[in-house]
Ligand binder design. Structure first.
Ligand SMILES: *[C@@H]1O[C@H](CO)[C@@H](O)[C@H](O)[C@H]1NC(C)=O
Ligand SMILES: *[C@@H]1O[C@H](CO)[C@@H](O)[C@H](O)[C@H]1NC(C)=O
Ligand SMILES: *[C@@H]1O[C@H](CO)[C@@H](O)[C@H](O)[C@H]1NC(C)=O
Ligand SMILES: *[C@@H]1O[C@H](CO)[C@@H](O)[C@H](O)[C@H]1NC(C)=O
Ligand SMILES: *[C@@H]1O[C@H](CO)[C@@H](O)[C@H](O)[C@H]1NC(C)=O
Ligand SMILES: *[C@@H]1O[C@H](CO)[C@@H](O)[C@H](O)[C@H]1NC(C)=O
Ligand SMILES: *[C@@H]1O[C@H](CO)[C@@H](O)[C@H](O)[C@H]1NC(C)=O
Length: 539
């Protein structure tokens, strides 16, 4: 009976010749996320007609291994796809392999006469790609090697990605732009990637930059902030601030709360993170100038020439420290005597007085202004000196004038007496002797009396001493210009000539320097000396 059926089956199924119950397949290794095909072939005795074929998987349930048809295993649609046929091919494709797909798979089929399940199973291992970046921390310029490891046979066609970008070469010299997360994949199966691995590329600070307000007003506050691009980032202590090449402070920021003109200069900062670049570990920012602005200070007036003589020219210059430089000057003047307010007398840095008059004397003040404000100099006194008298004071001048006058007077007296003596020698009429109480130098002492014995004979009486030399316009003193009685030779007459200096101090001493001292002293010539003379006539 069985043989008959077998013969029939052989007749109707001409393609099956092996005639044994058999399933052959290979173990597979798949990468998670890829698709895998478990290759499979089966055979059965001649005469059978396959009515159903399918796969099942061994699952460990309640302490026992049990076989479950794939249709009973919950999975996404089309996860398992039977790709075989009803006579010899029993391939199974698994899409988007997951770790849960790992396990033992059995093939079973049903024929018209029997059913069969493979005795052994096809084992599926699910692995992942592992990216290896060596070394994972480098300094710029070091060589990096990327390796992709999988639990299955390592595929040859590996591709690498960094943050989604293809990496052309798995061995390279690292630049800072190479830092990132790396992962690998099998070419053509880029859906299955390794987990990503970070590559960190350390580099010395770059783009070191000092920021601050470049122009500040004196007294305000300035903050210097240093920044850089560095890996590892520069720490607080890795930053330093320099001014004109001199260390100021360390730290990323530095604040000067009361900025002064002395803070003006070229600033730069320096960053350090223990990584060197071409042998340099301390990287400087570019230099940034700091300009401190302030309104005029330390304003002073200088006088050229320093001593001013009436009629000459003088320049008063105003100098100040200011930033920006003062560009607007105003001059004020006040007279010394009156307590009146200041008068504006000019502008410009130099106040020129081409021909100084007495009315120019007084207190001068200059006001310097720049865009930030104005400030005043201290007041400077302009004192004007009269011409030709240098630096001698008035009383000294007066005393000197009197002295000169008296000396001249005595010289004249002496000259007259000499003349008379020579006249006496001719006529044997006159005898004149001068006798002073002291030496002959007593002539210079105006208060000394002069005693003279005068022997005169008519009809030619001698002129009075120095009478003609007295200026004719000095009225009131003209009594000693009159002719006086003469004395005769044989009688001795005592006569007293007193030359007396009056107090030389000037009667009208005022501040008004418009009165020239010259004229005052000329007036004093007549006023200061009186000559008293009395001559007694005998017989
Ligand atoms: C700087 O680097 C050297 C070697 O590269 C290391 O020995 C040293 O400890 C580092 N110093 C700091 C402060 O990190
Ligand atoms: C940075 O500044 C330091 C100190 O002022 C100086 O010695 C060094 O030469 C500078 N470095 C560079 C690269 O200019
Ligand atoms: C004005 O100038 C004087 C003298 O130079 C100085 O002491 C004072 O501080 C200045 N005033 C201002 C507001 O700058
Ligand atoms: C003004 O003078 C003072 C005292 O001499 C000095 O300390 C200060 O620096 C001067 N100011 C300026 C802006 O030069
Ligand atoms: C004053 O300045 C003017 C021009 O600024 C110059 O010609 C003159 O010589 C100066 N006078 C003195 C006394 O310096
Ligand atoms: C100088 O300052 C005064 C007061 O602000 C102003 O009136 C004048 O125009 C200024 N002069 C110049 C030349 O800027
Ligand atoms: C400078 O003097 C002028 C004129 O007296 C006055 O108006 C001004 O306020 C003074 N400036 C200062 C800063 O004292």
């Amino acid at each position: 009976m069985d043989n008959l059926i077998l013969i029939i089956l052989v007749i109707i199924s001409p393609g099956v010749w092996s005639g044994d119950w058999r399933v052959t397949f290979e173990d597979e290794c798949a990468l998670k996320g890829t698709s895998v095909v478990i290759k499979c072939e089966y055979d059965y005795p001649v005469g059978h007609i396959v009515t159903a074929a399918g796969w099942s998987k061994a699952l460990y349930v309640d302490g026992n291994w049990k076989l479950f048809p794939l249709s009973q295993i919950s999975s996404p649609p089309n996860h398992f796809t039977y790709m075989g046929n009803r006579w010899s091919d029993c391939k199974l494709k698994i899409n988007d392999v997951q770790h849960s797909d790992e396990g033992h798979y059995f093939f079973n089929f049903v024929t018209t006469l029997n059913r069969w399940r493979s005795k052994r199973s096809a084992h599926l291992s699910v692995k992942e790609l592992t990216a290896v970046v060596k070394p994972s921390t480098v300094t710029e310029g070091d060589v990096v090697k990327l390796t992709c490891v999988s639990g299955c046979l390592t595929p040859v066609n590996i591709v690498w990605f960094r943050d989604g970008q293809r990496v052309p070469n798995p061995v390279f010299r690292a630049g800072r732009e190479d830092a990132g997360r790396y992962y690998c994949a099998v070419q053509g199966q880029e859906t299955a990637t390794s987990a990503s691995v970070a590559l960190s590329v350390q580099y010395a600070p770059s783009k070191v930059k000092l920021s601050m307000s470049p122009s500040v007003v004196k007294g305000s506050s300035v903050t210097f902030a240093c920044s850089s691009d560095a890996d590892p980032p520069v720490t607080q202590s890795g930053y330093s601030l320099y001014k004109d090449g001199h260390f100021i402070s360390s730290g990323q920021t530095h604040t000067i709360s009361d900025i002064q003109p002395s803070h003006r200069g070229l600033y730069y900062c320096q960053a350090w993170n223990n990584i060197s670049w071409r042998g340099i570990a301390l990287i400087n920012s570019t230099e940034v100038p700091l300009d401190v602005q302030y309104r005029p200070e330390n304003i002073s007036i200088s006088m050229d020439p320093p001593h001013v003589v009436e009629g000459s020219s003088v320049n008063l210059s105003c100098s100040s420290a200011a930033n920006p430089a003062a560009d607007n000057y105003t001059w004020y003047w006040a007279s010394v005597s009156s307590s009146s307010s200041l008068l504006q007398v000019g502008s410009g840095r130099v106040l020129s007085l081409p021909s100084v008059e007495a009315s120019h004397s007084g207190l001068y003040l200059c006001q310097a202004r720049n865009s930030l404000g104005q400030n005043n100099s201290t007041e400077v006194l302009l004192a004007i000196k009269e011409k030709d008298h240098g630096s001698l004071s008035l009383p000294v001048l007066a005393g000197f004038g009197v002295f000169v006058f008296v000396t001249l007077l005595l010289l004249l007296l002496f000259f007259r007496l000499k003349q008379r003596t020579s006249a006496k020698k001719k006529q044997t009429v006159y005898d004149l002797r001068l006798s002073g109480r002291g030496s002959s130098s007593s002539a210079s002492e105006p208060s000394n009396s002069v005693y003279a014995n005068i022997h005169a004979m008519p009809p030619s009486p001698p002129p009075v001493i120095s009478a003609q030399d007295t200026p004719p316009h000095s009225q009131g003193k003209s009594h000693h210009q009159r002719d006086v009685p003469t004395s005769y030779e044989d009688e001795v007459t005592y006569s007293t000539v007193t030359i007396k200096a009056r107090n030389p101090s000037l009667p009208h001493h005022t501040n008004n320097s418009r009165v020239a001292p010259d004229s005052r002293f000329k007036a004093g010539d007549n006023d200061d000396s009186v000559i008293y003379a009395s001559l007694a006539e005998s017989s």
